[in-house]
Design a binder for this molecule. Structure first.
Ligand SMILES: Nc1ncnc2c1ncn2[C@@H]1O[C@H](COP(=O)(O)OP(=O)(O)OP(=O)(O)O)[C@@H](O)[C@H]1O
Ligand SMILES: [Mg+2]
Length: 237
C-alpha cells in the first residue's frame, strides 16, 4: 500500500509564502486530518501533492514518487479538491463515464461508485440540478473510480448533511481499515477529530502540532491548540 510523504515543503505565490517547511507522513491504514483555519495552506499543500502547483522546495510523494511520475495515477490516488468544475449540462453518470474512459476504467465501475456514494437514484439527472451535497458525493464517486490506494480530500464534508457526514466517516474508516491511506483537509476541528487517527495542525503555512489524535488530545486540549492557531491567523489575510 502507498504512504504519502511530505518533506520540507515550501510554496510562495508572488512574495507571499503560503506553505513554509511543511512535512508529515500519512501511513497506509490510517486517516490523517490536515487541520487549519482559512488560509493556513491546506489546499496549497494538496495542490502541490497532486502536481497542480510546483513546490519551491521540498517534496511530496506517493510511495516515494511524485504524482507526475505515477504510471496509473487514478489507480493510486483518488482526489476531491472542490465540488466545482462539473459540466452543468451533463448527468452525474455521464460525468463519471467521461472520467472512467479517460482513465481506461470499465464502464461498470461507474455504476459501482454511484451505488457506493448513494447517487444511483440521481445518476440520470443533470449536474446543474444537484444540491451541494450531491455534487460532493459525485466528487467522492469520481475519487473512488480507479479503486485507489490513497484518497486526498479537501473539505469533503462541505454541503453534507449530518447523515451524509456520518456516511462519509464510515466510508473513510472502512477505506483505511482495508489498508488505504486517507489525507483529509478541513478547517472544522470536530469533523476531523471524529474520523482521523492522526492530525497535522497547520497555521500560517506552518505545522504547529502533529501526532496521533489521542496524544494530541491527552497532551493539551486539542481545542486549545486549534483556537490558538485560529486566533493568531484571524484577520491576517
Ligand atoms: N493561486 C494562488 N495565488 C496567490 N495566493 C494564493 C493562491 N493559492 C493560495 N494562495 C494564498 O495562500 C494562502 C493559503 O491558501 P490555501 O488555499 O492553501 O489555504 P487553506 O488552508 O486551504 O484555507 P481554506 O480553509 O480557506 O480553504 C492564502 O493566503 C491564499 O490567499
Ligand atoms: Mg482550502
Amino acid at each position: 500500500m502507498t504512504a504519502i510523504r511530505i518533506e520540507g515543503l515550501h510554496k510562495s505565490y508572488g512574495g507571499f509564502e503560503a506553505v513554509h517547511d511543511v512535512g508529515f507522513t500519512a501511513r497506509p491504514g490510517s486517516v490523517v486530518g490536515l487541520l487549519g483555519p482559512n488560509g493556513a495552506g491546506k489546499s496549497t499543500t494538496l495542490h502541490v501533492l497532486l502536481g497542480l502547483a510546483a513546490a519551491d522546495a521540498g517534496s511530496a510523494t506517493f510511495g516515494g514518487r511524485p504524482y507526475a511520475d505515477l504510471e496509473h495515477p487514478s489507480r493510486v490516488v483518488g482526489a476531491l479538491l472542490d465540488a466545482g468544475g462539473l459540466h452543468p449540462g451533463r448527468t452525474g453518470r455521464d460525468h463519471l463515464r467521461v472520467l472512467a474512459t479517460a482513465a481506461r476504467l470499465p464502464a461498470r465501475r461507474v455504476d459501482e461508485v454511484l451505488d457506493l456514494v448513494g447517487m444511483t437514484p440521481a445518476a440520470q439527472r443533470r449536474v446543474r440540478t444537484y444540491s451541494l451535497g450531491m455534487k460532493q458525493r459525485l466528487g467522492i464517486a469520481a475519487a473512488l473510480l480507479g479503486r485507489p490506494e490513497v484518497l486526498v480530500l479537501d473539505e469533503p464534508a462541505n454541503g453534507l448533511d449530518p447523515a451524509g457526514m456520518r456516511w462519509l466517516r464510515e466510508l473513510l474508516r472502512s477505506f483505511a481499515a482495508d489498508g488505504g491511506t486517507v489525507l483529509l483537509a478541513s478547517h472544522v476541528l470536530a469533523e476531523v477529530a471524529q474520523v482521523a487517527d492522526a492530525l497535522v495542525v497547520v497555521g500560517q503555512g506552518r505545522v504547529v502540532a502533529d501526532g496521533p489524535l489521542d496524544d494530541l488530545v491527552a497532551d493539551r486540549s486539542l481545542e486549545d491548540v486549534y483556537l490558538d492557531v485560529t486566533a493568531t491567523t484571524e484577520g491576517v489575510r
